[in-house]
Design a protein around this ligand. Structure first.
Ligand code: UD1
Length: 370
C-alpha cells in the first residue's frame, strides 16, 4: 500500500517517528509536512534527532488565524494528495494539521486513519477538541490510546469494528529512546542535578494570551521558591515580554530557555521533581517517567493520568498552583503506572490493524461510518 502521513506540529513529529519506521517494513510511506511549525527548533530538529526522513512534500503554510491556517492547508492538501496515488491517509493527534489532513482526504474519498483517536476534554472552546471531534467523525480507522478513549468513541456511536485500542504512540517514542535519554548530558550543560528543579511549559492561547492568567501562573510558580526550567514556546515568548513577565522571571528562580530538542527535553523531564504544564503530551510523558505533574488547565482529555494519580488539574489558580507545587516538593509521591499498551509495540499494532483493514479502508456509498 502507499500510505501518506500528514504532520505539521512538534508533537506530531514525535508520534510519526516510530510509525514511519514500522510502516516502511511493509509499505510505501510518504510524509507530507503542512509547515504549521517551521522554526528549526520546532520542526527540523525533531526530524534530525528522531531519524525521520525528509518530508516528501512541505506545504509551508506557516502561522495565521485558525481559519486561515486550516483553510490554507486544506486547499494545498486538496491539490497535493490527488497526485500521490495513495491508499490510506494517516493523521495524528489534534492540531489544525490533523483536521485539514482528514478533511482534505475524505473530500477526495480517500480513507483516513486517526492516530490518538477518542480523547475528549468535553470543552468545545478548545480548538483541539473541535479538531478531535471532527476528525473522529470522518475517519475510517480509529487508533485509540486508552480504554476511556474507546469508551468516548463508542458513546458517540462509532461502530466498534473501526476502533482499535493500540495504546499510546507517544509512549513508544519515549520508551524507545530511554537509553539515549539516560546518556544525554543536558543536565551537566545546564548545571543542574536530578530532582533539584521543576520544569514549566505554557503554550495554550487561553493561558499565554490572557494577561491575568499567565501572570497568575508565573507569580504562583515564583511564590513556590524552587528552581524552575522554563523552555519557552514561540507563542509565549513575545507575550511574556509584552506583559512584563520576562523582567519578573529574571528576578526569580525561573530560568527561561529556548525550545529544547526531544532527547534533551526528555532528560530534563525525567529528572525533574515536578512538571507544570498545559501541554497534552507532557501529562503522559510525566506519567511514563514517574514524575508528578500539575496541569495548568481546568480539564484534560488525558483522564487516565488523573485516575492513576500522576496528574492534578490546578488551572490558572495561583493559590492552588503554589500549594500543590510546594506539597509535591515536600512530599514527593511514588508514581509507577504502566497503562495498557503504553509500550514499544504500538506501531506494530497499528500496522497489523492496517494490514487487516480490508473493507474498512474502502470509501463509498455503502461504507457507512457508524
Ligand atoms: C499547536 C497545536 C497544539 C499543540 C502545539 C504543540 C493547533 C490548534 N494547536 O499549537 O494543539 O499542542 O501546536 O506545540 O493546531 N510559531 C513560531 N514558529 C513555529 C511555529 C509557531 O514562531 O515554528 C509561533 C507563531 O507565532 C504562531 C504561534 O507560534 O502564531 C502558534 O503556532 P500555531 O501552530 O498556530 O499553534 P501552537 O500554539 O504551536
Amino acid at each position: 500500500m502507499k500510505i501518506v502521513s500528514i504532520v505539521g506540529a512538534r508533537p506530531q513529529f514525535i508520534k510519526l517517528a516510530p510509525l514511519d519506521k514500522t510502516l516502511r517494513e511493509d509499505h510505501d510511506h510518504v510524509i507530507v509536512h503542512t509547515g504549521q511549525h517551521y522554526n528549526y527548533e520546532m520542526s527540523r530538529a525533531f526530524f534530525d534527532e528522531l531519524d525521520i526522513p525528509e518530508p516528501d512534500y512541505n506545504l509551508e503554510i506557516g502561522s495565521g488565524t485558525h481559519a486561515w491556517q486550516t483553510g490554507q492547508m486544506l486547499s494545498a492538501l486538496g491539490e497535493t494528495l490527488p497526485g500521490i496515488a495513495l491508499d490510506l491517509v494517516l493523521v495524528y493527534g489534534d492540531t489544525n494539521s490533523t483536521l485539514a489532513g482528514a478533511l482534505a482526504a475524505v473530500k477526495l474519498h480517500l480513507p483516513v486513519a486517526h492516530v490518538e483517536s477518542g480523547y475528549r476534554s468535553f470543552d468545545i472552546s478548545m480548538p483541539e477538541e473541535v479538531n478531535r471531534l471532527l476528525v473522529d467523525r470522518v475517519a475510517q480507522m480509529l487508533f485509540a490510546p486508552t480504554e476511556d478513549a474507546v469508551d468516548n468513541l463508542v458513546a458517540e456511536g462509532v461502530s466498534r469494528n473501526r476502533i482499535f485500542l493500540v495504546g499510546n504512540i507517544m509512549a513508544e517514542s519515549l520508551l524507545g529512546h530511554l537509553d539515549q535519554v539516560k546518556a544525554n548530558n543536558i543536565l551537566d550543560d545546564l548545571g543542574v542535578v536530578p530532582k533539584s528543579y521543576a520544569v514549566l511549559t505554557v503554550h495554550r492561547p487561553e493561558n499565554t494570551d490572557d494577561r491575568g492568567r499567565i501572570t497568575a501562573i508565573i507569580e504562583a510558580v515564583i511564590a513556590a521558591d524552587f528552581p524552575v526550567l522554563f523552555p519557552v514556546h514561540p507563542r509565549a515568548a513575545q507575550l511574556l515580554d509584552d506583559f512584563g513577565l520576562t523582567r519578573r522571571m529574571n528576578e526569580s528562580r525561573i530560568r527561561r530557555l529556548p525550545p529544547m530538542k526531544y532527547l534533551e527535553f526528555a532528560k530534563v523531564q525525567s529528572e525533574a521533581a515536578v512538571i507544570l504544564t498545559d501541554s497534552g503530551g507532557m501529562q503522559e510523558e510525566a506519567l511514563l517517567l514517574d514524575v508528578p505533574c500539575l496541569t495548568l488547565r481546568y480539564n484534560t482529555e488525558r483522564v487516565l493520568t488523573l485516575k492513576l494519580g500522576g496528574n492534578q488539574l490546578v488551572g490558572a489558580d495561583g493559590d492552588k498552583i503554589t500549594a500543590a507545587f510546594r506539597d509535591l516538593i515536600a512530599r514527593p509521591p511514588a508514581i509507577s503506572a504502566r497503562p495498557l499498551n503504553w509500550d514499544t509495540e504500538v506501531s506494530i499494532r497499528i500496522l497489523a490493524a492496517i494490514n487487516a483493514g480490508g473493507e474498512l479502508l474502502k470509501i463509498g456509498p455503502q461504507s457507512g461510518l457508524m
